[in-house]
Design a protein around this ligand. Structure first.
Ligand code: ADP
Ligand code: ADP
Length: 226
């Protein structure tokens, strides 16, 4: 069973061609799928429909086999990682990672155990008392991921997380995201307009144009096409 199943998804905002036009994609458990295409092709809209931040005009969205069209974002248990990582600047790394568990009123012991486990996995255990302002971009990214890991999110969703960075840092972060995704084995959907990112990061690449899914293949298959 696919972790995320998009079946004939359509998003129509107003008149004109739909922002997302009859797109069907199955994302396997643990798979890393990239949505790529020029600005305005509908990739962010599609991502927001997976998370539940945007209503679906028609089609079905399934997560672990359950239809989630009418499910609120908080009930889908997915983790959206935003470009600015949305960390709380006044909280330490520990408190940032613990935040969703405190919100869910988990016990102190459980919170401590989960935060320490996540921070070991993410190589953040040396930095638990720091504030976001004193972290590198890569470390901030890992804190954002840590927050998703502790609440056992079913998938990571990234919306152009690297587009504001310079080329060197972007390359480093790309490597880091790829490494962590493999280590965690967590299902991931990643939006970018950057071809290089698309071809180096994902297991499969979904190429979109004007709301339509044009190709869905591995980077190797895309390279080898005439
Ligand atoms: P991308 O992420 O590929 O840049 P978007 O998903 O943001 O593309 O947008 C796809 C199309 O839908 C664009 O034509 C955009 O102008 C339109 N669109 C996006 N959001 C809205 C909205 N809230 N209301 C109306 N049109 C929108
Ligand atoms: P980004 O590509 O970083 O998402 P955009 O400028 O495309 O930034 O979109 C910013 C916000 O404006 C989004 O929430 C999107 O839904 C909305 N938006 C985008 N295009 C339109 C549009 N044509 N009409 C109304 N809202 C839009």
């Amino acid at each position: 069973m696919a972790a995320i199943e998009m079946k004939n998804i359509v998003k129509q905002y107003g008149d004109g061609y739909p922002a997302v036009n009859d797109v069907s994609i199955d994302v396997a458990d643990g798979e890393f799928v990239i949505l790529v295409g020029p600005s305005g092709c509908g990739k962010s809209t599609l991502l927001r429909m997976i998370v539940g931040l945007e209503d679906i005009t028609s089609g079905d969205m399934l997560i672990d086999g359950e239809r989630v069209n009418d499910l609120a974002p908080r009930d889908r248990n997915l983790a959206m990682v935003f470009q600015n990582y949305a960390l709380y600047p006044h909280l330490t790394v520990y408190e940032n990672i613990a935040f969703p568990l405190r919100l869910a009123k988990r016990s102190k012991e459980e919170i401590d155990e989960k935060v320490r486990e996540a921070s070991r996995t993410l190589d953040l255990d040396e930095h638990l008392e720091r504030k976001p302002a004193n972290l590198s971009g890569g470390q901030r990214q890992r804190v954002a991921m840590g927050r998703a890991i502790v609440r056992d999110a079913k998938a990571f969703l990234f919306d152009e997380p690297l587009s504001n960075l310079d080329a060197k840092l972007r390359g480093q972060m790309r490597t880091e995201i790829s490494r962590l995704q493999k280590r965690l084995g967590i299902t991931t959907v990643y939006v970018t307009h950057d071809q290089t990112e698309a071809m180096t990061l994902g297991d499969r690449v979904a190429v979109m144009k004007k709301g339509v899914l044009q190709q869905l293949a591995s980077p190797r298959e895309l390279y080898e096409q005439p």
